[in-house]
Design a protein around this ligand. Structure first.
Ligand code: SF4
Length: 96
């Protein structure tokens, strides 16, 4: 655990290598030797959203999508890829 002052100092740093090293040290101090992962598979049935969060890189306007929803076969492709352990860092939308 780090204190507030230390956490805020990280936000002001532009030295990525140093930040990564410090983050690793903090993680390792709390969970030494632990590697975790999620067996869950995210299947993005659609990239439509009625909200407009300006930081969002997931949702798209209908005019910018080739199709509004994944087809049943595309859904199964993502699920099968997840079952086979071929997804890393979350599901990738098949149209990208
Ligand atoms: S983050 Fe993106 S997907 Fe989530 S509610 Fe906001 S616009 Fe919608």
């Amino acid at each position: 655990m780090i204190d507030r002052e230390t956490a805020l100092s990280f936000a002001e740093s532009s030295d990525l290598d140093s930040l990564m090293a410090q983050a690793s040290a903090i993680r390792d101090s709390a969970y030494p030797g632990t590697v975790s992962y999620s067996r869950k598979v995210f299947i993005p049935l659609t990239q439509l959203c009625r909200d407009v969060c300006h930081y969002c890189t997931f949702a798209h306007a209908p005019r910018n999508l080739q199709q509004a929803y994944l087809s049943p076969e595309q859904v199964l492709d993502v699920a099968r890829a997840g079952q086979a352990g071929r997804l890393q860092g979350g599901a990738v939308h098949p149209r990208r």
